[in-house]
Structures are given as C-alpha cells and as structure tokens.
Write a protein that binds this ligand. Structure first.
Ligand code: SF4
Length: 183
C-alpha cells in the first residue's frame, strides 16, 4: 500500500513558489511563527480559573494549539489571560504584570467578571479590566465553557497572525497605552 509521507503541519503563508524556492513576506512568516508559539500567563483569581483548568486538561487539551507552556513570569509571556473577579485593590498589580510583559503582547478577558465586573456591581470590584489595560478579546459567560475559552484563543491567533509588524510602533498604539497611563 502506498502511503503519503508528506505531513502538512500548518498552511504555508501566502507567497510565491517555484522549483526549489518559496518566497513570502517577512511579516507573514513572523505572524505564522508567533501564532503557534504564544506563551500565556494565566491571571486566575476565581471560578473562571477553574474553567481554564478544564481547558488545559486532556479532554480539551489546549496544547493542540501550540501553547501548553504556561508562564507565570510576565517577562516570558505574551498572552495575558485574565480569569475571574478583579478587586479594585488588585488592579495596580494586574497593570504591573501587563507592563512587565514584553511587546508584542495580547490580552483576553475571560468571563463576565474580567470583561465587565460580572454580577458584582459593587464598590470594591473593577467593572472590567479594560478600565486599566487594553483588551484584545472578550470571552462572555459566567463561567464560559472551555469551548468558549478556546474560541477566544483562536480569535487571538487570528489577530496575531495578521498583525502588522509596525502596529506597536504606531502613534495610534502609543496613544492607546497613554490613555491607560502606560508608556
Ligand atoms: S464570570 Fe462567573 S464564573 Fe467567572 S469569575 Fe465571575 S462569577 Fe466566577
């Protein structure tokens, strides 16, 4: 029986190919590499964090997306996943973690609490982490199912794949950070 030994791991970026060569744009190649090598930092404070544990476990197996290497060191992470209720007292800590992460960095607000304060419309709870740091993707739910968390990660991968290499140097991006008091 004939077997096909060509195993396709990922789709090649768009480009030109000919006999013995393939040419593409630098940002496409870098986008492809980044897309499958995100290093998440799970900032889990309550019940949504438990849902994330299920997302990591073998049944859902987040490692399928090339990112089972969780990092609790901000300087070695590029995807901040905020999961749970964030008290206002914890806000400065979260912002410090974000600022310690190297660029380019992305943020997912997982669940209603991280996205909007959830059911805790109280004096002590931050009404959404986007009051202190910019957010790229919001995952709704209380708690969100692991499928929703995975869907949020796929959305981040879309952003990572297609982000211009120059976006982080743009005035628009600097102005965005400035609105949060981040240089
Ligand atoms: S959104 Fe719901 S499940 Fe998630 S941390 Fe808040 S209360 Fe818990």
């Amino acid at each position: 029986m004939e077997t096909d030994h060509k195993i396709k791991i990922v789709d090649a970026p768009e480009g030109y190919s000919g006999h013995g060569f393939f040419a593409t744009r630098m940002d496409k190649a870098i986008g492809l590499a980044r897309l499958y090598s995100l290093w998440p930092l799970p900032f889990a404070t309550s019940c949504c964090g438990i849902e994330f544990m299920a997302t990591m476990a073998p049944h859902y197996d987040l490692a399928r997306f090339g990112m089972e290497r969780m990092s609790f060191s901000p300087r070695q992470s590029d995807l901040l996943m905020v999961m749970g209720t964030i008290a206002k007292k914890m806000g400065p800590v979260l912002q410090q973690v974000y600022t310690q992460m190297a660029e380019p960095r992305w943020v997912i607000a997982v669940g209603a609490c991280a996205s909007s304060g959830g059911i805790f419309d109280t004096y002590s709870v931050l009404q959404g982490i986007d009051r202190i740091i910019p957010v790229d993707v919001y995952v709704p739910g209380c708690p969100p199912r692991p499928e929703q968390i995975i869907n949020g990660i796929l959305k981040i991968q879309d952003l990572v794949h297609n982000e211009s290499l120059r976006r982080r140097y743009s005035d628009e991006y600097k102005n965005l950070l400035a609105t949060y008091g981040i240089e």
